[in-house]
Design a binder for this molecule. Structure first.
Ligand code: MG
Length: 408
């Protein structure tokens, strides 16, 4: 069997290093032909050596120079353009594990080349929306060319194999609830960065972990599910499931629900995405039914965790709205990490930025430039909304996606 030639973007991050564990477990299945990362040149140099990777791209030019010095035999591209070029090279699969909106351009580059993308960079679908969907359809189809890596969407893709598309009633995403599950807004006023980064079940990068604490991660995942599976907003739901064993569920029209279960370990969805649609006969982990286990479910608290409604508000409107939501959130999270704003201010900044955006005037983005313009505006606006007096002033009309959003 020919080995699948894989380009790995975000190689030094949480998804990237776990993807290489999958390659290590299946050297007969995968060949890594390209690695891209931001600035962690030491990790990428070691990876290129271990896996015999011929081409590397580093977004940071200084880091690219360091890889060139340390690994003279490796072809090294640099800058964001270099990462895009690597994504567009001839390959069987591009695994995009980049965090943030910077992951969009490489996703589009891969799809334009006709290469299926295993997508861990949820921002591609959130910020890029229509652009990515159209590029995937042109490349051969949404289902074959956008392969979910996120555990929830991997679960949904697996459960969707259990029936026809016209038999699907609802997609139900599970949320761990993060470290602050059960707390009130008052209790969340004084939580620290350290508290927000102590996720009870998943080990992930810092931005995703903070997004899990605000539930913005689940909001972004709802948008991602809407774009990936083309299911209307009224048939997308979230339920809190603290154990993170049921990764999501599909409810069919006859009331039957099919769920996907496995211990919280990203190597499973990463491995499945890399070998999609096949399963590989190697389990990193599986449920152990000899141990006492409890699986519990509870409704989500949308009043305390406002990020969910904000995401639905933006996601229902589509166009540039989700790009603005995401950019404002990225700025707010950065400022929270820097100690400049409190935990609850993250949603406040996102809401203020959404309320100031004229998405109707901006219309539907025609290309990457339109999306990036909305993204840049949102970053400027969010940064300006961050002065302490502004943030603590609070308030205004709060969007409620359930009552004000039109169905998509
Ligand atoms: Mg997830």
């Amino acid at each position: 069997m020919n080995r699948r030639r894989v380009v790995l973007l975000g190689a030094s991050g949480s998804i990237g290093t776990q993807a290489l564990e999958v390659v290590r477990a299946h050297p007969d299945r995968f060949e890594v032909i390209g690695l891209a990362a931001g600035s962690d040149h030491a990790t990428v140099t070691a990876q290129a050596r271990e896996f015999g990777v011929p081409t590397v791209a580093m977004a940071d030019p200084a880091a690219a120079a360091a890889v060139r010095d340390a690994a003279p035999g490796v072809d090294v591209l640099d800058g964001p353009g270099g990462v895009e070029e690597l994504a567009g090279m001839d390959a069987d699969l591009v695994l995009n594990g980049i965090t943030g909106a910077v992951g969009l351009a490489p996703t589009l580059a891969a799809l334009r080349q006709g290469t299926p993308v295993a997508l861990a960079n949820k921002e591609s679908l959130i910020v890029g929306g229509d652009l990515v969907v159209v590029a995937a359809e042109a490349a051969g189809g949404r289902e074959s060319h956008l392969i979910p890596v996120d555990s929830e969407h991997s679960a949904l893709a697996q459960c969707l194999r259990g029936g026809r598309r016209d038999e699907v009633g609802r997609l139900v995403l599970t949320a761990s609830g993060g470290p602050f599950r059960g707390r009130s807004a008052v209790e969340l006023g004084a939580v620290t960065v350290e508290d927000a980064l102590a996720h009870p079940t998943w080990a992930m990068g810092p931005v995703v972990t903070c997004n899990s604490a605000t539930l913005m991660n689940k909001g972004l995942e709802l948008i991602e599910a809407h774009e990936l599976f083309d299911v209307p907003w009224d048939r997308l739901d979230v339920v809190v499931h603290p154990q993170s064993v049921v990764h999501s569920m599909v409810e069919f029209v006859d009331g039957s629900t099919i769920a996907q279960l496995s211990p919280p370990d990203m190597r499973l969805p990463i491995q499945l995405a890399m070998s999609w649609p096949d399963r590989l006969p190697h389990a990193f982990v599986a449920c152990d039914w000899t141990q006492v286990a409890q699986l519990t479910f509870e409704p989500v608290d949308r009043t305390t965790f406002r990020a969910l409604d904000l995401a639905e508000f933006a996601g229902r409107r589509r166009g540039t709205w989700p790009a603005v939501l995401n950019a404002a959130n990225e700025v707010a999270v950065e400022q929270f990490f820097a100690g400049r704003i409190g935990f609850l201010d993250i949603a406040e900044v996102v809401e203020r930025t959404l309320m100031a955006w004229d998405g109707e005037a901006a219309g539907n983005p025609r290309d990457l430039a339109d999306v990036l313009a909305a993204d840049a505006w949102a970053r400027r606006h969010a940064a300006a909304a961050l002065t302490a007096s502004n943030v603590s002033a609070g308030g205004g009309d709060r969007p409620n996606a359930r009552t004000t959003g039109e169905s998509a």
